[in-house]
Design a protein around this ligand. Structure first.
Ligand SMILES: Cc1cc2nc3c(=O)[nH]c(=O)nc-3n(C[C@H](O)[C@H](O)[C@H](O)COP(=O)(O)OP(=O)(O)OC[C@H]3O[C@@H](n4cnc5c(N)ncnc54)[C@H](O)[C@@H]3O)c2cc1C
Length: 259
């Protein structure tokens, strides 16, 4: 059972910063694991309380893990699928170099137990947009696919994704009208992703008001956001979030004007 009620944002007294109550927590047990691609491992979890889990596509949960010093640390992972009736949740882990979570996922096996908190995150579909533009690297595929698959038939989505090579591409079944473009960097992630940035910069928007979801490595996100603003996009049309950054352990970066 969750420890707390669904999250809300409360105002601190005397006009201070908003105080967020702790997120509900969910004890999970690994029931199945398999390789989605050579560098992406899907872990299927069960949890008695998952029948009560309510999320919006692309929201994440925060894994509570113990590092080598015994300290509790947090890692964010997007909910790829949630089945309330079956009390199951699926999460896709990128097996990048070495990190606490990536190493945990590599070794995960049925019976392993974890605790996650959530759901959280505001990088979710803007329902008022006429069309949608998504961009990111492997870490964003779970979120981008979940968002695109939540769009109704007739919705228009343009997706630019950077992966290591052709073996990392995944099929995307969606009702929406989707134009999906893959980029192969043919090596490990390069902050700044020049090919992705160049292709994104050349994007010619259709008529109507679009919304861009720019997520992934922080410096790439910063460059793409600045590029869109330079092309006349209003800041309110862009959701930008840094999912990882060289040297950063866990966490996430809000990408705003001061970055
Ligand atoms: C909202 C949100 C949702 C996310 N959803 C997902 C998801 O569904 N699936 C997923 O795989 N990741 C996802 N991420 C990214 C993931 O949280 C980070 O990659 C995280 O740092 C991985 O933790 P770790 O313990 O493996 O590595 P850490 O201990 O955090 O980092 C160790 C080293 O590895 C580097 N590193 C971390 N991630 C990567 C990477 N992807 N590629 C190359 N180097 C890296 C770090 O910069 C650091 O130098 C999400 C992040 C956010 C903020």
């Amino acid at each position: 059972m969750s420890e707390t009620a669904a999250p809300t944002v409360a105002q601190a007294p005397l006009g201070g910063r908003p105080v967020r109550p702790p997120l509900p927590t969910w004890p999970l047990t690994v029931v199945e694991t398999f390789d989605v691609t050579p560098r992406m491992k899907r872990i299927v979890f069960s949890g008695e309380t998952l029948a009560d889990f309510v999320w919006t596509p692309a929201q994440d949960v925060v894994f509570r893990m113990t590092d080598e010093t015994g300290e509790m640390v947090r890692r964010h992972y997007t909910v790829r699928l949630h089945d309330a009736a079956a009390k199951r949740m699926e999460i896709d882990f990128v097996l990048h170099g070495h990190g606490l979570a990536a190493d945990w996922a590599r070794a995960a096996k049925p019976g392993d137990e974890v605790i996650v908190a959530g759901p959280r995150g505001n990088t979710t579909i803007n329902k008022d947009a006429d069309w949608h533009l998504f961009t990111g690297d492997e870490t964003c595929i779970p979120g981008v696919f979940a968002m695109v698959q939540s769009l109704p038939a007739g919705a228009k989505a343009f997706v630019f994704l950077e992966v290591q090579d052709a073996g990392e591409e995944q099929p995307l079944d969606a009702e929406a009208d989707v134009t999906l473009t893959w980029f192969h960097r043919n090596g490990p992630p390069t902050p700044g992703s020049p090919d992705l940035i160049a292709a994104f910069a050349d994007f010619v928007p259709p008529d109507g008001r679009g919304h861009a979801y720019v997520i992934g490595e922080t410096s790439t996100v910063q460059t793409q956001r600045r590029g869109l603003i330079a092309k006349g996009w209003d800041k309110s049309q862009i959701s930008a979030e840094g999912y990882w950054r060289p040297g950063r352990l866990g966490g996430h970066d809000h990408v705003r004007d001061d970055h």
